[in-house]
Design a protein around this ligand. Structure first.
Ligand SMILES: Nc1ncnc2c1ncn2[C@@H]1O[C@H](COP(=O)(O)OP(=O)(O)OP(=O)(O)O)[C@@H](O)[C@H]1O
Ligand SMILES: [Mg+2]
Length: 408
């Protein structure tokens, strides 16, 4: 049994209207049927574009949001149905690290006070002296000097503040840490340091992570398994290497095709799969496959009417698409990118659509293969050029640092 198991979790926020009578006129389907499991000591990376429900899912695990339906089984106990009083005992074991370290630290409290608050609430340490010792120890673990205790959040840099956020989680001796965009607010070089720190802490303390990010490059090295989320649901889940070597869901393919490849020759041949249209509103998600309104491979049957379940396509590589096998085999071709309709149907738009579709249909199968083979090569820092985009540089810096034993 996995340490943390989510079973068809749904979080729907009611949309209210009216000044006097709070009428519920609809729902935001922020998380709509997510099942996943995280093994003890492993890292699950959750990626997806803004608004797809990642934070809501993370918060639901800690019961910071009400769970509309489904189960969150942690260490054999279903938290979703636990009364508040009993939930408190589990809160200590599941901690969260937030994206914005400054916003989540009280500016009027010094670090000792911030860190000991939770400890006192959970009865860790018999007196303040004992808590202070523990805090000193944890601050050293996250790479901060012990004199940090008497200082205030504004006196630290962004990266240091995130270390404080991590320390605040660690002093409570958690089993699971949910890191919501832990490095998004940080400088590229600092991102790598913080990711490295998380990895070191996982090794020394045996932690289990759920790492949320909108950037595939950030979660790549740290994750054992990666889940790709689209509009409230998982569309693909696979061991990290398998996902990068060969994404199978059209949405993941599109996300990956947007990531520059460090090899200039491959980069020149790289085909981008362009998604048309915006992310539909989670208050009014499309019927059938959530992605069908933007999917370059959308078919006339099934896609608009049946929601595809997340199924194992072999080797634990799960995909939620009716046509995975056909797309892999090349027996269904890219159709018109339907999202183009959103730009209003003039002749020029239609022509452009055909152009895109044709170009991609012809080039995709051949071009995708070498690109995918190239992906694992990114592990060698030497192949990563300095001008690569921010996330890629973080990746490289991280790989570099991993070699010359990272320090604070
Ligand atoms: N308390 C709330 N009440 C109503 N709607 C909400 C609430 N919290 C989130 N939402 C909606 O749920 C959807 C998912 O939001 P969420 O913050 O989980 O996305 P996200 O994937 O974390 O995005 P980002 O990458 O921008 O952080 C959004 O449409 C958001 O507007
Ligand atoms: Mg978020």
């Amino acid at each position: 049994m996995s340490l943390l198991e989510l079973d068809d979790v749904k979080v729907h926020f009611p949309v209210k209207k009216g000044l006097f009578f709070d009428r519920t006129v609809g729902h935001v389907y922020a998380v709509d049927g997510v099942s996943l499991s995280i093994e003890a000591g492993q890292t699950y990376g959750l990626v997806g574009e803004s608004g797809c429900g990642k934070t809501t899912l993370g918060r639901a695990v800690l019961r910071l949001n009400d769970i509309t339906d489904g189960g969150v089984v942690f260490d054999g106990t279903d938290l979703a149905k636990l009364p508040g009083e009993e939930m408190r005992a589990f809160r200590r074991r599941l901690q969260m690290v937030f994206q914005d370290p400054l916003g989540s630290l009280n500016p009027r409290q010094n670090i000792e006070s911030i860190l000991s608050e939770g400890m006192a609430a959970h009865g860790i340490g018999k007196d303040q002296a004992e808590r202070r010792e523990k805090i000193k120890d944890i601050l050293a673990k996250v790479g901060l000097p012990s004199n940090a205790m008497s200082r205030y959040p504004h006196e630290f840099s962004g990266g240091q503040r995130q270390r404080i956020g991590i320390a605040r989680a660690l002093v409570l001796e958690p089993d699971v840490i949910i890191c919501d965009e832990p490095v998004s607010a940080l400088d590229v070089s600092v991102q790598a340091q913080v990711i490295n720190l998380l990895e070191e802490l996982q090794e020394s303390l045996g932690l289990t992570y759920l790492v949320i990010a909108h950037d595939l490059a950030v979660v790549r090295h740290i994750s054992d398994v990666i889940g790709v989320m689209y509009l409230g649901g998982l569309v693909e889940e696979a061991p990290s290497d398998a996902l990068y070597a060969g994404p199978r869901h059209p949405y993941t393919k599109a996300l990956m095709s947007a990531v520059p490849v460090p090899d200039p020759e491959v980069e020149d041949r790289r085909e981008r799969i362009l998604l048309h249209g915006d992310l539909p509103s989670p208050a009014n998600p499309p019927a059938g496959c959530r992605f069908h309104t933007r999917c370059p491979w959308v078919q006339e049957t099934k896609c608009a009417t049946e929601r595809p379940p997340l199924l194992d396509t072999g080797d634990g590589h799960k995909v939620a698409c009716h046509f995975t096998a056909e797309i892999e085999a090349g027996t269904v071709k890219q159709t018109l990118a339907t999202g183009i309709e959103a730009v209003t149907g003039t002749e020029t738009v239609a022509a452009e659509a055909e152009e895109v579709s044709e170009g991609e249909t012809a080039a995709e199968p051949e071009a995708a293969a070498p690109e995918k083979e190239e992906a694992p090569g990114k592990e060698e820092p030497a192949t990563v050029p300095a001008q690569a985009d921010a996330a890629k540089t973080a990746d490289a810096a991280k790989a570099d640092r991993a070699e010359d034993s990272p320090k604070a």
